[in-house]
Design a protein around this ligand. Structure first.
Ligand SMILES: NC(=O)c1ccc[n+]([C@@H]2O[C@H](COP(=O)([O-])OP(=O)(O)OC[C@H]3O[C@@H](n4cnc5c(N)ncnc54)[C@H](O)[C@@H]3O)[C@@H](O)[C@H]2O)c1
Length: 391
């Protein structure tokens, strides 16, 4: 198996600069490629400052300075030249299939035979990215969570034609990357299905939250009370603050994507459609559920609306977890829970489901009727509890 030494970071934006940082910390040589000079400057600054801070805190390996690490980072705007000696190219450019396909092809054409192209896409099929290049066996997914230096999870995804060797190299490489917040968890995604593991398992919960916010809107219930229903006790941000923070447009596009790929039941709800139409996207536009013009809102959660049955969220996610087990995306429920904990910092639904699947299946029968969403019906693995042994 080829040992990775030279990495090309293709796309040096929000994700790329963080992924480059962890590759440099692990001792790899990194060449950054981006079309924007401004982004390159910002990325270099981010890395320099980051390493200087770590040095000051004594968090760099013994005898290694920020300057030593930065000496392993260079820039080359010409992709074909930058990949000449690359063992691994990690791509984090805009989320557009045609752009990724074109870059994948350029990389495969101009890099050594063994070079692996790993895409950090959050939603595009790895198989489709590899289509059109003449070595699809060398193409895999390597999905980091934001910010890459802090979030422990990396999903390594097998496209339909990815070779086992490319997957093994991707997993071994990912495991070698440090994480500033604990031990990395690398999840092998065995099938290229929409959303991979974490985003997929959490995605259908939007059907229930859309239902709740639409209902609250119709009844004129204040968002703070709905938020009090939806928010977990120890979360760093309330649920609706987090929705605003991430951006309502992001949720809207994600739901349309799953509506196209998995089921029309994912289509955005009325409130979400209205927010997007009116430009109430959350933090980025100063208004979402809350007013952000004076900074992060501090909602008063002392009064609940009483609209939410929290077990429904767990049941929906556990059901989706069972679906990806049925589809062969993962082979054990424990991987799902570990991946959610490492990628999102909250516990996954599967362990709880091992003891409560009958109750969950009943609840899903009831709620799929109530919400008019056939997709929420319990799947066979959840109904029968047969997933319990797939540890
Ligand atoms: N932001 C997240 O939370 C997150 C999390 C996981 C995965 N992702 C995925 O990572 C990828 C990048 O996302 P981001 O948030 O870093 O976006 P970003 O907009 O911050 O960065 C994308 C970069 O790609 C560059 N770029 C565009 N076309 C290029 C080309 N032809 N050649 C070289 N560089 C080019 C842009 O100049 C930009 O700097 C996307 O596929 C996204 O879905 C994002």
């Amino acid at each position: 198996m080829t040992k990775v030494k030279n990495v090309v970071m293709l796309g040096f934006g929000d994700m790329g600069k963080g992924i480059a940082q962890v590759c440099l910390m692990a001792g790899y040589n990194v060449i950054a490629v981006d079309v924007s000079d401004e982004i390159i400057e910002k990325g270099l600054e981010y890395n320099k400052n980051g390493f200087e801070k770590l040095e000051a805190k004594g968090k760099l390996p013994e005898g290694i300075s920020a300057g030593d690490i930065m000496a392993n980072l260079s820039v080359n705007k010409a992709l074909a030249e930058a990949v000449k000696n690359a063992d691994l190219v990690i791509e984090a450019v805009v989320e557009k299939l045609d752009v990724k396909q074109k870059l994948c092809n350029t990389v495969i054409e101009n890099s050594p035979d063994h070079c692996i192209f790993a895409s950090n896409t959050s939603s595009i099929s790895i198989t489709e990215i590899a289509q059109g290049c003449n070595k699809p066996q060398n193409v895999i997914g390597m999905h980091f969570f934001n910010p890459a230096p802090l979030m422990r999870l990396i999903e390594v995804i097998k496209g339909d034609k990815s070779s086992d060797e490319a997957m093994d190299i991707g997993v071994e490489f990912s495991e070698s990357l440090p994480c500033l917040r604990g031990k990395r968890f690398v999840a092998r995604v065995l099938k290229d299905r929409p959303g991979f593991i974490v985003n997929r398992v959490l995605s259908p919960s939007s059907m229930y939250s859309n239902y709740i916010v639409d209902l609250a809107y119709e009844k004129g219930i204040p968002w703070e009370q709905v938020d009090a229903d939806l928010s977990g006790p120890n979360a760093p941000m309330t649920s609706l603050t987090l929705s605003d923070f991430t951006g309502r447009d992001i949720a809207y596009h994600a739901q349309l994507y799953y509506a196209e790929k998995l089921s029309p039941d994912f289509k955005p709800g009325n409130v979400l459609k209205m927010q997007v139409k009116e430009g109430k996207l959350g933090k980025k536009t100063g208004q979402g559920f809350y007013d952000w013009s004076q900074g992060r809102p501090q909602p008063d959660l002392s009064k609940k609306a009483g609209l939410v049955n929290r077990l429904v969220f767990g049941a929906i996610s556990a059901n989706e977890g069972c679906r990806i087990l049925e589809e062969g995306v993962v082979s054990s429920w424990s991987v799902i829970d570990e991946a959610i904990l490492a990628g999102m910092n909250f516990p996954g639904p599967m362990k709880f489901a091992t003891e409560h699947y009958e109750e969950m299946a009943k609840l899903l029968e009831e709620y799929s009727e109530k919400l008019q969403k056939p997709y929420l019906k319990p799947c066979e693995l959840l109904k029968t509890g047969k997933f319990v042994d797939m540890v």
